[in-house]
Design a protein around this ligand. Structure first.
Ligand code: RUB
Length: 306
């Protein structure tokens, strides 16, 4: 079923569709649907409508560079000087969207394979929030017969950790759901931390669900390796040009009812920043890299994602 652009934007804004990879695929699909539904004859009108669609989608979740990269990748034909009629623009945008979505699924599979190799034959994994990329590695290790157990943090305030815990339990992986503040209590028993990323900057800093940096800090103190699973389209070309990543601040009501706390400010930053010195490796579909090599990935893919 084709969704309208507004429906997709609303699904992403309200987190009915969430997670950096899923929102980027939904955005690429939405751009494709806009191109397919365009009825006019003017390629200039079509270009304007596609640009407006991009603005709407990019405003939904400001921290996820995957969204921008997915939209820019799909709209690359807007910059083709020789794409000057409606049908060829429609065809190219549609092909780009399909390509991006296929590439995203393929990346997830490869990240699963590469990431799983870092998981010991028998051991305890800790993860945070709900990341398809991190889950891909954990589930692959389990499928390969590794004897693993997982601590999944609840991930307040949205409790995406519930999704992770259920997915692992359904797959037959022994999983323990813990509150976020129990990270340090359990970290000494953990062999490896595996998390996802919303954005990776050119300096190797990872922006991911609030609490990730605390987990990485505790892991470093306990000498537990921290593996970040991130597709190359989560690397931010703009960060290489000095731009800071905006940390999304959501409705305080997600944390607590403001009406029940008169005179209290409630803050709800939903991502935090983990510096590269807390990260052992980043697993991309191109292979494992040091976080300090993030700039190389950005240079390689800059043309595609801008
Ligand atoms: C989700 C989150 C995930 C990353 C990576 O935050 O921080 O770790 O997006 O996910 P939210 P994936 O629930 O606010 O979107 O690996 O699935 O792309």
């Amino acid at each position: 079923m084709d969704m309208t652009l507004e429906e997709t934007a609303d699904d992403i804004r309200s987190m009915r569709v969430r997670g950096a990879a899923k929102i980027s695929r939904a955005a690429a699909q939405a751009i494709r649907d806009v191109a397919m539904a365009f009825k006019g004859n003017s390629v200039e009108d079509m270009r304007n409508i596609l640009r407006e669609a991009a603005v709407t989608l990019l405003g939904t979740r400001p921290s996820a560079v995957s969204l921008r990269n997915g939209v820019n990748y799909t709209l690359a034909p807007l910059h083709d000087a020789d794409t000057n009629d409606v049908e060829s623009l429609r065809k190219k945008v549609s092909e780009k969207a399909d390509e991006f979505i296929a590439r995203s699924h393929e990346a997830l599979k490869l990240i699963g394979e590469y990431g799983s190799r870092r998981i010991p034959q028998k051991g305890i994994v800790m993860t945070h929030c709900n990341s398809q990329a991190a889950l891909s590695a954990i589930l692959k290790a389990h499928d390969d017969g590794k004897d693993i157990r997982v601590y999944a943090t609840e991930s307040r305030p949205w409790k995406q950790g519930h999704i992770t815990a259920r997915a692992l339990a359904e797959a037959g992986v022994p999983v323990t759901l813990i509150v976020d503040s129990a990270i340090r209590h359990f970290i000494d028993t953990v062999d490896i931390v595996i998390v996802g990323a919303d954005t990776v900057t050119s300096s190797g800093t990872v922006i991911n669900k609030i609490g990730t940096s605390v987990m990485a800090l505790c892991a470093k103190e306990s000498r537990v390796p921290v593996i970040v699973c991130a597709e190359t389209y989560k690397f931010s070309p703009r960060s290489a040009r000095g731009e800071m990543v905006e940390i999304e601040e959501r409705d305080p009501a997600e944390v607590a009812d403001p009406g029940a706390f008169p005179g209290v400010t409630i803050a709800n930053p939903v991502f935090d920043v983990t510096p590269p010195e807390y990260i052992t490796a980043i697993v991309t579909e191109k292979g494992l890299i040091s976080p300090y090599a993030a700039f190389e990935i950005i240079k390689e893919f800059e043309g595609e994602f801008k």
